[in-house]
Design a protein. Structure first.
Length: 274
C-alpha cells in the first residue's frame, strides 16, 4: 500500500516538473519571422527577424485619456480613453556595427558621405557595438532593406517606459541606480565603457529592451517642429543623467551624423505597418 502511494506521489511530481518544463520552453521559444506579413496570427512575445538576426519583443498597444473640456454653456465633457499606438515589435537592442556592415555589403547602399571607419571604431570598436555616424536617411534605408521601419516618437517613448506609468526613467524615479541600466557620462558600477558599450550590456527595462536610456541617441521616424528636423530620443554615453529621462527628446537635421547617434527598428502588424 505504502509502495503504491509512493509511486503515485513520484508520478505526480514528475508530471508537474514536466508541465513546468513545457511551459518554460514555450515561453522561451522565439519565432523566426521574415516579413511583416508573417506577423499575421502571431502571438509570440519574442521573435527573431530573419534578415538581420535581430531579437525583437512585443510592445502592447497604448492608450491615453484626453483632457476634460467644457461646452459653451459650462457643462463638463469628460475626456475619453483613446488608443495612442497599436501593438508592434521592437528590436531589443540598437542596430549593431555588424548588422549595418551586412546591410552595406548586401544592399549596395552608399551613404551620401562615406563612413569614416577609423573614427567610428574609436567609439564603437567592434561588431557588437551600436552603429553610429549614421544619418536619419541611412537609418531609414537600413530599416527599409530589412523590412522594418523606424519607430514613431510615441512608440519609442511608450516602449521605453517598459510598462511603468509616470516615471522619470525607464526603471523608475531613482537616479542612484542609473548605472545599472545606462551607459552615460563616464564610468562607474556596471558602466565600464568610456565610449559606446556593446549592446545589451546593462539591465533591460520591463519590456526586455536594452539601452533605451543611454549608449547612443536614437533616430525616430517623426519630424520635429517644422519637420525640417527629425526626432532624436534617449541619452548617450557622453550625456549627463538628466538626459536619460524617458520624455526627453530633441530634433536635428536628418543629414547630421555623430559619434553618439544610432537607431533601432520596429515592425507593426500588417494593418498597422506604415
Amino acid at each position: 500500500m505504502k509502495v503504491n502511494m509512493m509511486v503515485q506521489r513520484l508520478f505526480a511530481v514528475l508530471l508537474v516538473v514536466s508541465l513546468v518544463g513545457s511551459v518554460c520552453a514555450e515561453d522561451a521559444k522565439e519565432v523566426v519571422i521574415a516579413s511583416a506579413e508573417e506577423l499575421k496570427g502571431i502571438e509570440a512575445k519574442k521573435i527573431i527577424w530573419k534578415k538581420d538576426d535581430a531579437k525583437m519583443v512585443l510592445i502592447p498597444e497604448s492608450f491615453a485619456r484626453t483632457k476634460d473640456t467644457y461646452t459653451e454653456f459650462g457643462d463638463l465633457v469628460s475626456g475619453k480613453v483613446v488608443k495612442v499606438t497599436d501593438a508592434f515589435y521592437m528590436d531589443t537592442t540598437e542596430v549593431t556595427v555588424g548588422q549595418f556592415k551586412k546591410f552595406l555589403k548586401s544592399s549596395g547602399y552608399k551613404p551620401k558621405e562615406p563612413i569614416n571607419w577609423a573614427e567610428l571604431y574609436k567609439y564603437s570598436p567592434n561588431d557588437k557595438h551600436p552603429m553610429i555616424y549614421v544619418t536619419w536617411h541611412d537609418a531609414t534605408a537600413y530599416a527599409k532593406w530589412v523590412g522594418k521601419r523606424l519607430p514613431t516618437a510615441a512608440e519609442w517613448e511608450f516602449a521605453t517606459r517598459g510598462g511603468l506609468v509616470g516615471k522619470v526613467f525607464p526603471w523608475g524615479d531613482d537616479k542612484a541606480v542609473a548605472r545599472d541600466y545606462a551607459n552615460y557620462d563616464g564610468i562607474g558600477g556596471r558602466d565600464k565603457w568610456t565610449y559606446c558599450a556593446p549592446v545589451g550590456s546593462f539591465k533591460p527595462n520591463g519590456y526586455g529592451l536594452y539601452d533605451m536610456s543611454g549608449n547612443v541617441r536614437e533616430w525616430c521616424q517623426d519630424g520635429y517642429d517644422d519637420y525640417s528636423s527629425r526626432v532624436l530620443q534617449g541619452g548617450s554615453w557622453n550625456f549627463i543623467a538628466s538626459f536619460l529621462r524617458v520624455a526627453g527628446r530633441s530634433g536635428i537635421s536628418p543629414t547630421i551624423t555623430n559619434f553618439n547617434l544610432g537607431f533601432r527598428c520596429v515592425s507593426g502588424f500588417p494593418a498597422a505597418q506604415q
